[in-house]
Design a protein around this ligand. Structure first.
Ligand SMILES: *[C@@H]1O[C@H](CO)[C@@H](O)[C@H](O)[C@H]1NC(C)=O
Ligand SMILES: *[C@@H]1O[C@H](CO)[C@@H](O)[C@H](O)[C@H]1NC(C)=O
Ligand SMILES: *[C@@H]1O[C@H](CO)[C@@H](O)[C@H](O)[C@H]1NC(C)=O
Length: 341
């Protein structure tokens, strides 16, 4: 147990300092059988899973589930094709765009908001909605372990999406990735592995520890170079979520920090209420196709916004956010559904 703790600490330290690009991590077994770590002296180490005690540690590749209007409640499991083969799917429809959704730390694809976003999207649009379940890696109480896995998960997502292009001709400009917390970081990696060419990534309160604190270079965390349009919704800024602005557009509902309306202090500790709000606001935003919900105003600061100094440039937050939005945007929400004012 002691050795295990020590290892955790080392992994943690290394993760903090893991800021050097490793050429080899493009190999197939990266993340599933080994990881590259960098120590304080910037020496590289290979953490080989076969050298580790297997007890208490869970590995596994992410699982992919496809939902369409023809199978809303009955997901089809997708597998990344081996070698150069085609993606095999019964339900995938090459005429329709792709949305990919994924969860964060200690969570899985069956979490309520992932399912609600999927349901809501299919109610309004004919799409290929994929959910990514990386709970084998995310449900590890050792946060650094899950954080280190984000890159591997992103890589797998990129591979699956590449096979969609190859098999069905769906271009990267028709792919839109949505992730919460560590899932947002995984989507950042996916976007990077797809050369920053995907249409859009929405980061729902992207994870801060080991990404912004300490601050890693942009190739190791979600930022605007990962897609043509990156929008970020901050709801627990400076604690679990990104504090600063790294997207093309950054939205700060209720200042973007903890104590989101309707999140009492007790719930913040119990279920990180504010951190989860980003996903809940986003889910609700799908219901406002006319673009009237969650109107946000471009402003230099919350202070100025509060004083009513920013009324000039507005855009909507969430699913219908316009991809030419640029800058920091502020807004208020209600404390219970409907959250949009
Ligand atoms: C990890 O260890 C196994 C078994 O000792 C070995 O076969 C494999 O090549 C090692 N992987 C790396 C990346 O060093
Ligand atoms: C595929 O999508 C197109 C356009 O949304 C639709 O017209 C067509 O019926 C779909 N095909 C199947 C097999 O559902
Ligand atoms: C609104 O947009 C205009 C034109 O881009 C710009 O000059 C102005 O400073 C913006 N106002 C705010 C409050 O950002």
């Amino acid at each position: 147990m002691l050795a295990w703790r020590r290892l955790t600490y080392v992994v943690f330290l290394c993760a903090c300092l893991g800021t050097i690009e490793c050429e080899d991590d493009t190999k197939d077994d990266y993340g599933s059988s080994w990881l590259m770590l960098v120590d304080e002296a910037f020496n590289r180490h290979v953490l080989n899973f076969s050298d580790l005690p297997s007890r208490g540690m869970r590995f596994g590749k992410p699982d992919f589930y496809l939902y369409t209007r023809n199978n809303r409640d009955d997901p089809e499991v997708l597998f990344i094709p081996k070698d150069d083969n085609c993606l095999k799917s019964v339900y995938f429809n090459g005429s329709n765009d792709i949305r990919v959704i994924t969860h964060g730390w200690m969570s899985d694809y069956q979490v309520g908001w992932v399912q609600s976003i999927k349901d809501s999207l299919l109610r309004h649009y004919d799409l290929n909605v994929m959910t990514v379940d990386w709970s084998h890696l995310a449900k590890n109480p050792l946060y650094p372990w899950s954080a280190l896995s984000a890159k591997f998960v992103g890589k797998q997502i990129a591979k699956l999406l590449d096979s969609c292009t190859k098999t069905y001709g769906v271009g990267r400009d028709r792919m839109y990735l949505i992730g919460h917390s560590l899932g947002a970081q995984a989507m950042g990696y996916a976007g990077r592995f797809l050369d920053g060419d995907v249409h859009r990534i929405t980061g729902l309160d992207p994870a801060r520890p080991l990404f912004e604190l300490p601050l890693l270079p942009i190739e190791f965390r979600l930022d605007k170079s990962d897609a043509h349009y990156v929008d970020i919704i901050h709801t627990c800024a400076g604690l679990f979520g990104y504090e600063d602005s790294y997207g093309h557009a950054d939205f700060y509902p209720n200042e973007g920090t903890t104590d989101q309306p309707g999140c009492p202090a007790k719930r913040e500790l119990l279920d990180s209420c504010s951190h989860g709000r980003a996903a809940i606001y986003f889910e609700e935003s799908i219901e406002y196709p006319s673009g009237n919900g969650f109107m946000a105003y471009r402003c230099d600061s919350w202070k100025k916004f509060k004083r009513g100094l920013c009324k000039e440039n507005k855009t909507t937050m969430g699913y219908h956010s316009s991809s030419d939005s640029r800058g920091d945007f502020y807004l208020r929400t209600n404390s219970a559904p409907p959250y949009a004012i």
